[in-house]
Ligand binder design. Structure first.
Ligand SMILES: Cc1cc2nc3c(=O)[nH]c(=O)nc-3n(C[C@H](O)[C@H](O)[C@H](O)COP(=O)(O)O)c2cc1C
Length: 204
């Protein structure tokens, strides 16, 4: 599996991607190693946090070795499974700090893992986990989860809770959201397609 991740990274580089992200969240294989609820191994890949993190660390090193030095490598981590005995944000910060040593440039902090759980959802509901990882692990972080207004995005970055915000469903609801947010924040953006300019520069 470690070699397969390295080979996948090499193919992605060849295909021309600008950055790569390891999926270490949401119950996928690497989360299953990280979570004490799912990882019942008795070898060097289970038990202590150091052991549970061994797989994702090897994957990160294999991917980094297949990538140009200047190409960003991100990792998505679930900071909590919202379950007793599951992954904690403190553990996630430690894992992020180890992954930084392994060549990861930014941690994208999401939540929830292998099992269903009660999740209290509100605007920016996962951002405080991102902030805690940023400050404990001293690694740049991306916040995600119902970041649905430019003011909230500005607040999260301005208050140094996150270095980057990621937006999912807002982009599904409104494909022009980035242009609208830039307009609301009185930012000039230079990437609007030329054909759109008349729609954005005039209200007539
Ligand atoms: C249709 C859909 C598909 C998604 N697929 C993935 C996925 O493949 N991998 C992943 O990490 N997150 C996935 N997500 C979660 C988003 O990446 C994001 O973390 C989540 O929607 C919260 O951010 P938002 O409130 O801005 O949408 C998906 C979300 C939606 C709505």
């Amino acid at each position: 599996m470690v070699e397969a991740y390295g080979a996948a990274a090499a193919r992605a580089v060849e295909a021309g991607y600008d950055f790569l992200e390891i999926h270490g969240a949401h119950g996928y294989l690497l989360t299953q190693f990280l979570s004490p609820l799912s990882n019942k191994r008795a070898d060097e890949y289970g038990g202590s946090l150091e052991n549970r993190a061994r797989m994702i660390r090897r994957v990160a090193r294999a991917m980094r070795a297949s990538m140009p030095e200047e190409m960003p490598l991100l990792v998505r981590l679930s900071a909590t499974e919202y379950l007793e005995g599951g992954i904690t944000v403190e553990e996630t910060a430690q894992v992020a700090s180890w992954l930084k040593e392994d060549g990861v440039d930014m941690a994208d902090i999401s939540t929830s893992g292998n099992y269903p759980a009660e999740i209290r959802v509100f605007a920016g509901y996962q951002s405080h986990f991102a902030a805690q990882v940023k400050h404990n692990a001293q690694i740049p972080v991306a916040a995600v989860g119902m970041i649905n207004s430019p003011r909230l995005a500005e607040y999260l970055v301005g208050s140094e809770q996150a270095d980057v915000v990621l937006v999912g469903r807002e982009a599904l609801r409104n494909a022009s959201f980035a242009l609208e947010w830039a307009r609301e924040m009185k930012e000039n953006v230079d990437y609007a397609p030329g054909q759109y300019a008349r729609a954005w520069n005039t209200r007539r």
